[in-house]
Design a protein around this ligand. Structure first.
Ligand code: G3H
Ligand code: 13P
Ligand code: NA
Ligand code: ZN
Length: 328
């Protein structure tokens, strides 16, 4: 059944677990997420970005998620809009039937320019008023995702600040977070702790100076009843990088957020963990390997099936590691 995010996150907080929120663009990702959730009995958050709507088209995307609800009626599913850049975007998603929206007012409507506190509160508050009147949950964001190593936001395309950010923007301030929650009434709060979107998060396995799990603890101590959200939470599996490079790819050395660090965050109020890149890496690795090893195959179902299996294994692993398995 389609449920609001608030419902799932309240349950996650009560039973001290975290929920992975996987991005979805196509049938294979949707199947991988649902088959994994079905196997381990986990509740599901699927999220669609503006890029996903552009790729699949809004009606296809909407019905893809509704099809999952129909095929797996026993699994609670949140249909979440990722990184809405304006109240108008969030309003359209609510009209489309999304049960949760993110108003990312930390950046302007271009998804690139950092904004000030008052702008962020104004747009987020507007979305909260609108969404709550429809029983839809709202995620807000305070602070900007980006690397503490370089000050850069990460991915070139998609959502992320342009240019360099300073240290104070890259780490959410606990006092400001508390004020923001009070001023907006959001159901969940995305925070910045040194992660960024995409595959190039860290040039070395992250230590506390570049991945500030300690900041999560400080924020949680200040606002213990707020559900925290970690963006840019892909772990960038080294085994998939290896497969990609072994079968014709060319990706430089790079590191993501270790699963055990996310688990530490979950002990301190993190309830939603956004993951997109890991499924992209597994999918690409699976296709490259299959096509390299089966050079006369031309039926897309053959290699796309490999992507479902690869993505499903990652989903199962995250549901289990975050404690969401058995909670559906
Ligand atoms: O916001 C980041 C997610 O990974 C979505 O990426 O905008 O390329 O769909 P996208
Ligand atoms: P990754 O790029 O680390 O998978 O993060 C995804 C995300 O935060 C989507 O909002
Ligand atoms: Na989101
Ligand atoms: Zn994000």
């Amino acid at each position: 059944a389609l449920v609001s995010m608030r419902q799932l996150l309240d349950h996650a907080a009560e039973y001290s677990y975290g929920l992975p929120a996987f991005n979805v663009n196509n049938l294979e990702q949707m199947r991988a997420i649902m088959e994994a959730a079905d196997k381990v009995d986990a509740p599901v958050i699927v999220q669609a970005s503006a890029g996903a709507r552009k790729y699949a088209g809004a009606p296809f995307l909407r019905h893809l998620i509704l099809a999952a609800v129909e095929e797996f009626p026993h699994i609670p599913v949140v249909m979440h809009q990722d990184h809405g850049t304006s109240p108008a975007v969030c309003q359209r998603s609510i009209q489309l039937g999304f049960s949760s929206v993110m108003m990312d007012g930390s950046l302007g409507e271009d998804g690139k320019t950092p904004t000030d506190y008052d702008y962020n509160v104004a747009v987020t508050r507007r979305v909260v008023d609108m969404a709550h009147a429809c029983g839809v949950s709202v995620e807000g964001e305070i602070g900007c995702l980006g690397s503490l190593e370089t000050g850069m936001a990460g991915e070139e395309d998609g959502i992320g600040a342009e240019g360099t950010l300073d240290h104070s923007q890259l780490l959410t301030d606990p006092e400001e977070a508390a004020r923001f929650v009070k001023d907006t009434g959001v159901d969940a709060l995305a925070i910045a702790i040194g992660t960024s979107h995409g595959a190039y998060k860290f040039t070395r396995p992250p230590t506390g100076d570049i991945l500030a799990i300690s900041r999560i603890k400080e924020i949680h101590a200040r606002i213990p009843n707020t559900h925290l959200v970690m963006h840019g939470s892909s772990s960038v599996p080294q085994e998939w990088l290896k497969v990609i490079n072994e079968f014709g790819g060319d990706m430089p050395e790079t590191y993501g957020v270790p699963v055990e660090e996310i688990v530490e965050g979950i002990k301190h109020g993190v309830r939603k963990v956004n993951i997109d890149t890991d499924l992209r890496l597994a999918s690409t690795g699976a296709v490259r390997r299959f096509l390299a090893q089966n050079k006369s195959e031309f039926d897309p179902r053959k290699y796309l099936k490999e992507t479902i299996t690869a993505m499903r294994d990652i989903c199962i692993d995250r549901y289990q590691a975050f404690g969401a398995a058995g909670q559906a």
